[in-house]
Write a protein that binds this ligand. Sequence first.
Ligand code: SAM
Ligand code: SF4
Ligand code: SF4
Length: 380
Amino acid sequence: MAAMSDSTLVPLQRLREQLRSPRTSPILPLQGPRSATPEPIDRLGRPLRDLRISVTDRCNFRCGYCMPRDVFGNDHPFLPQPQLLSFEEITRTARIFLGLGVRKLRLTGGEPLLRRHLERLVEQLAQLRTLDGEAPELTLTTNGSILARKAQALKDAGLHRLTVSLDALDDAVFKRMNDADFPVADVLAGIEAAQAVGLGPIKVNMVVQRGVNDDQILPMARHFRGTGIELRFIEFMDVGNTNAWQMDQVLPSSQVRQRIHAQFPLQAAASQRAGETAERWSYADGQGTVGFISSVTKAFCGDCNRLRLSTDGQLFTCLFASRGHDLRTLLRADQGHSHSDDEIAAGLRHLWSQREDQYSQLRAQGVAPEHRIEMSYIGG
Ligand code: SAM
Ligand code: SF4
Ligand code: SF4
């Protein structure tokens, strides 16, 4: 850890080198005492419930807060195909994790809908069961750009719900933010198609950057009120090392809420499930709810039950981790020796039981890892 520094000062060349060589450690030991309960608890008493699976590190957008074009340019070395986990490897991993207490699987990326035949993976994951014998909650986060084409196939394959990211209703603001000349109308058409095929309740994520799209807060609230879609405002986070994050670009959720409340009165919604990232508020006139994800100003590490699997099979116990854990080596024959599900489960149980991440909480105390993994690589 080091004192928090201005990430704009990191030279571009060094950033690119870091992106090419994420740090990883092996997952050990692969045998351990059989525990009475299969569900591991980390050092801060948190169970493992939510597995986020990145299916691609590629994206057709270049949102400045995630994949700025000057770093993720035409010559960016995205992962080559042989390094990606196959659908079978992902499904096996998910099955092992469900046996450790995971109940929710979220597909993400990069842009997950760019992974070819994604619906085949959804179909395989939908067959899996949790320790209680239930189907896991199966969801996906997308930028919505090709959702209109894919919604029916995803629904048919067994996807339950969707979160769509949309940062503005105004075309000029949105195009400036996605830096790919992509219009708002196509994302709205994707949301409509997803609703029509029954992929609801849909959530819409809006990253708020002060001075960039904060004038879109009220138009977005007005647009989605009364539609059954929950709009969630996300504070601009210092994830990764490439987005030139500055605290003064963060508009605290409390201020976003005040702006909405002045126009459309809000009241605190009933209590949330443990591990929920968003704090929910209801419109007093019964027109639905909005959510606030305040990882900068109101850390929610206390009940964080999420683990992330990168496209190339590295596990990250925190969104802000500086190091991954190499699962792919275990999934593929390791120097001629292939590992059983039980061996891998033992390694994963140990990994989770050693976890003590609470980055957002530490950030509030002014410390940050020098090298953070990019969100487009480990998934949002
Ligand atoms: N491409 C898909 C999308 O945009 O929905 C899925 C991956 S994206 C990394 C997942 C979520 O992370 C999106 O809602 C995005 O807005 C959010 N995100 C990315 N970078 C962020 C940042 N620096 N601060 C806050 N949220 C961020
Ligand atoms: Fe792509 Fe999503 Fe990142 Fe935007 S936030 S660049 S859509 S991965
Ligand atoms: Fe979880 Fe890490 Fe985010 Fe805290 S900072 S909520 S531990 S992912």
